[in-house]
Design a protein around this ligand. Sequence first.
Ligand code: FHN
Length: 594
Amino acid sequence: MVRKNLLLWSILAALLACAHVRAAADYMDETASQHDARMNWWRQARFGMFIHWGLYSEAAGEWDGQTTSGAGEWIMNDKKIPLSQYATLVPRFNPVKFDAAQWVRIAKDAGMKYIVITSKHHEGFGMFRSSLTDWCIASTPFPRDPLKELAAACRAQGLTFCLYHSIMDWHNPEYAPRKSWDDIDKNPPDFDRYDAFLKGQLKELLTGYGRIGVLWFDGQWENTWTYDRGADLYNYVRALQPGIIVNDRVGTTQALQPGQRRYGDYKTPEQTIPPNGFGPGVDWETCMTMNDTWGYKKSDHDWKSTETIVRNLIDCASKGGNYLLNVGPTGEGLIPDASIERLQETGRWIKANGETIYGASASPFARQLPWGRCTQKTAGGVTTLYLHVFQWPADGKLTVPGLRNKAKSASVLVSRERVATASGENGLVLSLPSHAPDALSSTVVLRLQGAPDIEAMPIMQDADGSVTLRASEAALHGGTVQYEAGADHDNIGYWLDASDWADWEFKLKEGGKFTVTAQTAAVGSASFEISVSGQTLRAESPATGGYGKFVPLKLGTIDLPTPGRIVLAVHPVKAGWQPMNLRAIRLEPFSPKR
Ligand code: FHN
């Protein structure tokens, strides 16, 4: 009997040791099917609400009667407010009008499927009742825990509750680098102690607030945040909730060394939508403000239109990405009316068109469509293309460029009105009703038997007669010039050699006289020439302040009277050439008024 017990104990000890080893395994090493299962709800969701809410919301973008120049949540930094003075916000912060169920209802009615709220922004203030510091909401007159209430409201209404948590911390004395406005603690920081505090608060959140869908890290760009700390934090969080999704800002922004990898489950372009997504199999989410600030700023009335919001959502989905749209509630706990109005209007569109977004995949077309966007779904051998028509054709004829399938069926989504289709020279031609059903965006549903059969087509003229020649679609010639992808670039760059050049082939449906403009960025002025159909325009890009600072440049007019295929080329002027970045060339029908 004793021998048997010894054997059992030794097996148990071995199993525990393995368990420990497994716990030390890297959660990034999951199988593709495990990863897909974990990401599935998020990929289906497509649309989420971002909430920036903190002490800065009470400041509302003003300090000592001065409006901050930057975003509301950066006011401590931008106004260099000493911590001892910033702390005067604590007794003022009392969101008596906060109503978690109402916030969730607003998000749900807008068609949003998840909410990401700041548990701690760079100010370091915990928007939850933390036992690890008094720099949290427990020190304010507000007697409740808003994150607990929001988590419960999300569960009650079927939305997924997620958290934004800043690695950078302007208040904690152990965080480094210390900030000049920290007038409280002058002891040298100990980053290991800060790391332990960071994990301690995350443990409070990941064990005390139910299931967390996404941990949205941020503030990872300072050099104290190393590769190893990012990898360790990713695994720490996954170990507490293995099914959680973690964004790519958990990891350091420092260059990767051989053998290292980017930690995080999806990319996070900010305030911009990548021109072509990030390619198949890469998950990403654009986060964007509704005005210009993340945290509430009473003076910021630069609101995006609902049309812009809806078309951004469609644009993201058409490229296989999510759209995380921000609201910045006030210190009283109210989401601004201007935000609510836009979310209600967006909700009305989504109510009628949601199937074209939720769970939809990226467009099968390699090139952006001249009249709008496309999302798709496939089931039972049938492909459904959702054609999001932003510019409804005046003549009712919509060409789907290069599409060679015969349609199984075509109809207007909201009215179910059937649409006739015919094969045309440039693709499938749909005969649409005379009026667009929805000014925000009108959806035409096109069903195909099998996969889309798409012929690569030249760049087409847009419905308004214009032609946009994007950097991403240029043919580049030479040894150094290259296309720089990514939301912040999307340009022809490294144009170091004046003998390198670029050209585009496009197809004119209607000839005429066109005004030619370019979007250029340069550190020193750069002269170049446009040549098309035997005509040449010479122009000079001014020094724009940087290779990322693009300005519109009017080049002149050209005559293209004959429809058909046309090649436009851009060559540097070799004498005195300075590198220039080029984002796009645009031809617009000439108007004397322009
Ligand atoms: O500095 C923050 C900013 O305040 C805001 O939170 C955005 C949202 O993604 N992230 C950082 C800027 O990139």
